[in-house]
Design a protein. Sequence first.
Length: 142
Amino acid sequence: MKTMMKPIVAVVLSALCLFSFVACTNTADETGLWASATYTEDTTLGDGAKTVVVDVTAEDKTVTFTVNTDKDTVGAALMEHGLIAGEEGDYGLYVKVVNGITADYDVDQSYWAFHIDGDYAMSGVDTTAITEGVTYQLVYTK
């Protein structure tokens, strides 16, 4: 019995060591704001005649979404795929959630800033018409 136990224990310990090694090499786990993100890598979504490119930036990380859609506005294209959510207000859609990451000004003075080709947008995401070749940005700002 003792001679059978040693090989069994050795196999079990080897399997545990291998499992531990694999678990420790997983660097995909996100921390901070990105822990709640739906997507943590560049992603392409949808089918459609128009293409919208949106960079989502929070903390020191940016993920680029390429959305193919038949919608007319950036906001509609992003809502179609559940990438943004918010509340309707006097000035249109107040975006509170982008890619699963919440910004709430009432809680910690954070908000999602909307940029077009790097410039602060003069229109809301829900009223901005899609323009091919333009890159839109949603930036977590505090």
